[in-house]
Write a protein that binds this ligand. Structure first.
Ligand code: NAI
Length: 297
């Protein structure tokens, strides 16, 4: 089988100074993409900034014979996001791939979480993904081609103690990815999301020690590269990935129950039927609405 390559393609990877983003950038560059390595270079909670991490990854890529430029702008501001995409266009003439990976944590139990902690996490994950994608979108539309890979999380898909801000942000990215998939379709732009598990500075204090060896970042990046490749036809989907396993994650809905006389008590009395798990998988809002129509027949 032929190798999947990215020769002639230009990729922006946000938060690529450490962890997963670094690994994505190295793989894309190794496969021939020209890469903008973006990283604000702050701490895990988003405080501080440094040009060091992005510059180090660029140095490694160029040492290995690849092409990359560093960028240390903040994904969460409109000016920062515009500057990241401008870096790609000025250095390499175009932008084909955006991997929205930058992220921070401000964990706190719900009762103690401050507005500032909530807003800061949404700003990087949700606003950051929106802003960088928005900056790249006109370029992709004009060339009739683009690939966007967003980074959600099992914590968003399933919830997690102490992560009200983070899980809200990460589930928000599922909605954004699905809508980008729909709106990008006519322009040849595909958008998907990964929900990874990997041993990085973000998870080293949360994951069991035995995960370090198996849940490596380089066992996530091949999925990012596949979703970023022109041969990938999928769009609007979410995939979990960790320790080499990849699985599609979908939103399912049970068969449901309906009546012409919906009352509070009728809901109580038919709860078992309402929560029954016999999934069908609506892939669009329209399909989901159709299921409600069908239940009337
Ligand atoms: P990491 O902390 O090693 O990497 C995140 C990078 O984003 C850092 O290098 C940081 O400097 C950069 N960054 C933070 N705020 C930024 C901003 N405003 N602008 C530009 N860069 C910024 O963490 P890791 O684990 O590699 O995380 C990467 C992504 O994967 C994040 O979105 C995270 O939420 C997500 N994720 C990671 C999981 C894991 O198991 N490691 C699980 C689920 C999701």
């Amino acid at each position: 089988m032929s190798e999947l390559r990215f020769d002639g393609k230009v990729a922006v990877v946000t938060g690529a100074g450490h962890g997963l983003g670094r690994s994505h950038a190295l793989l894309l560059a190794e496969r021939g993409a020209k890469v903008v390595v973006n990283d604000l270079g702050g701490a895990l909670d988003g405080s501080g900034a440094s040009t060091g991490p992005a510059a180090e990854v660029v140095e490694l890529i160029t040492k290995n014979g690849g092409a990359a430029v560093a960028n240390a702008d903040n994904v969460a501001t409109p000016e920062g996001a515009e500057a990241i995409v401008r870096t790609a266009v000025e250095a390499f003439g175009r932008v084909d791939i955006v991997v929205n990976n930058a992220g921070i944590l401000r964990d706190r139990s719900f009762g103690k979480m401050t507005v500032e902690e909530f807003d800061a996490v949404l700003a990087v994950h949700v606003r950051g993904t929106f802003l960088v994608s928005r900056a790249a979108f006109p370029h992709m539309k004009e060339q009739g081609y683009g690939r966007i890979v967003n980074t959600t999380s099992p914590a968003g898909l399933f919830g997690n103690f102490g992560q009200a801000n983070y899980s809200t942000a990460k589930m928000g990215l599922v909605g954004l990815t699905k809508t980008l998939g729909i709106e990008g379709a006519r322009a040849g732009i595909k958008a998907n999301a990964i929900a990874p598990i990997a041993w990085t500075r973000m998870t080293e204090s949360l994951l069991p020690a035995e995960f370090e060896e198996k849940f490596t970042a380089d066992r996530v990046s091949p999925l990012v590269a596949y979703l970023a490749h022109e041969s990938c036809e999928t769009s609007g989907d979410v995939f979990s990935v960790g320790a080499g396993r990849v699985a599609r994650v979908f939103v399912a809905e049970g068969p449901g129950w309906r009546t012409d006389d919906l009352t509070v008590e009728a809901i109580r009395d038919n709860w078992e039927a309402i929560i029954a798990e016999e999934p069908h998988l609506p892939t669009t809002l329209g399909e989901q609405a159709t299921a409600s129509m069908k239940a009337m027949l």
